[in-house]
Design a protein around this ligand. Structure first.
Ligand code: BG6
Length: 441
């Protein structure tokens, strides 16, 4: 059923996010019949726009554009929204700097946005454990946790959502998913771009805060959590929190690409890391003894996010008498070309029994022949439907920050050449994810 009678309010609607992502995503949802003409979309901002001028900023069909309205500032906003109709719910997207989230939430509450309201915010949620806690406390002072939707856009990626299905809908994997058969887990998130025009933000953050503490911890939680008792968002979140509680970070190494300090917005003596290596472990019944390695960074040789599950080696018996059979791997290609690759041993053709490594590939796009929806499309629709599965809870963010508390901004910074990841210090054998090519070859 299409979402109806909702007011969608975008704070900061004169900005880039509304133009590039939010309004196009809503236009697609409208086009697909997911939201109908009884909804209104109200942009607010400091810039003065007539309704026509506001609509003309977006390249959207005319019937959808009729849903768009604009209001300057916050004062009187509730009255303005009420003047547009009777709404069952009001969804407020803060396309604003995180530093003003708490203040705006107070203003919204003072304006009279109450129990019918849902607030959507995007990371960063705080800068460390203390600030994340403070932000949550300030938000909770005016809105209940059930009304707050925190976006981690990695959770909206199709391949990320498939992790739970893959794990809990295939009995093939269920019995091996523990330290009994798994040797180690590796997560790699490489980008070729540097900080580009985000130097100012990034320099106050670094790759650990920007990617590891949030996106990659979410990936790890989905990969290692216990089966929830149901698919209810709260049950899934509870299992993720249980993993977070038992995570211990063992070591972090920080690196910075040469030339970073001359990027716009970056301090000339900056010690912010643009690449990090992290080793951690999970102390619970399932995972004790399985090391987990993370490599994440910018200005590298390739773009790709992968999770590699390395299985334990076979005993030196039968085909493996000389220890030459490589352990199996399961590779989750989160992006680009979403898919899953199994690395197996196979017999080569011929009369002799010779073994070779081979792969079985599952490519999302080829298999289902559909265009994978844009993250914001999915997230906005879920928020409108009140489904919180893809949103992060206060407890998850706080717990994750807590784990990194002793490692933020700590330790030496070493330089690396753009386009070349630094040599590893973790003493593990990194999976050459490049070797597997795309899941969609
Ligand atoms: C964002 C980070 O959250 O994720 C960026 O702030 C990063 O620095 C981006 O580039 C990566 O997202 P994706 O979807 O391209 O992997």
């Amino acid at each position: 059923m299409a979402v109806s009678h909702s007011a969608i309010v975008i704070l900061g609607a004169s900005g880039d996010l509304a133009k590039r992502k939010l309004i196009p995503a809503l236009a697609t949802l409208y086009e697909q019949g997911e939201i109908d003409e009884t909804n209104v979309i109200i942009g607010t901002g400091r810039t003065e726009y007539s309704p026509e001028a506001f609509r003309s900023r977006f390249d959207v069909p005319e019937d959808f554009a009729r849903l768009l309205h604009y209001y300057v500032g916050m004062e009187g906003l509730k009255k303005y929204v009420d003047g547009k109709g009777t709404f069952e719910q009001i969804i407020i997207f803060m396309a604003l700097p995180p530093s003003v989230y708490a203040q705006r939430a107070r203003e919204l509450a003072a304006e009279g946005f109450g129990a019918e309201t849902r607030i959507i915010i995007e990371k960063p949620f705080g800068y460390d454990y203390q600030s994340a806690r403070k932000l949550n406390e300030e938000l909770h002072a005016v809105y209940d946790e059930s009304q707050i939707f925190r976006i981690d856009h990695y959770l909206a990626k199709e391949a990320v959502q498939n992790i739970l299905v893959f794990r809990f809908a295939n009995n093939l994997f269920h019995p091996i998913w523990s330290s009994a058969a798994i040797d180690s887990i590796q997560i790699s998130a490489y980008e070729t771009i540097g900080v580009e025009d985000r130097g100012d933000y990034f320099d106050g953050s670094g790759i650990i805060r920007d990617m590891a503490q949030n996106h990659l911890m979410q990936l790890l939680c989905l990969m290692t959590m216990e089966a929830p008792v149901s698919l209810d968002a709260e049950e899934i979140r509870a299992q993720k929190v249980n993993v977070l509680k038992t995570i211990s970070i063992d070591s972090v190494h920080r690196y910075q690409y040469e030339g970073y300090r001359s990027e716009r917005g970056v301090k000339p003596d900056s010690t912010t890391e643009t690449f990090a290596e992290i080793k951690l472990h999970i102390d619970n019944f399932r995972w004790t003894g399985v090391p987990i390695y993370i490599r994440v960074g910018k200005a590298l040789d390739r773009k790709g996010t992968e999770i590699g599950i390395q299985l334990k080696p076979l005993p030196h018996l039968l085909f493996n008498q000389e220890g030459r059979v490589q352990p199996n791997r399961v590779i989750f290609k989160i992006q680009p070309a979403e898919g899953i690759i199994l690395d197996l041993a196979s017999k080569t053709p011929g009369s002799e029994v010779r073994l070779a490594r081979t792969t079985m590939k599952f490519c999302y796009e080829d298999e289902f022949d559909v265009e994978i929806p844009e993250a914001y499309q999915k997230l906005l629709l879920d928020a409108l439907r009140g489904n919180k599965t893809l949103f992060v809870s206060a407890e998850e963010t706080e717990m994750s920050w807590r784990k990194y508390a002793d490692f933020l901004d700590h330790g030496e910074i070493e330089l690396y050449k753009p386009g070349h990841p630094p040599p590893t210090k973790l003493g593990c054998e990194w999976i050459d994810f490049e070797r597997y090519g795309s899941a969609c070859d």
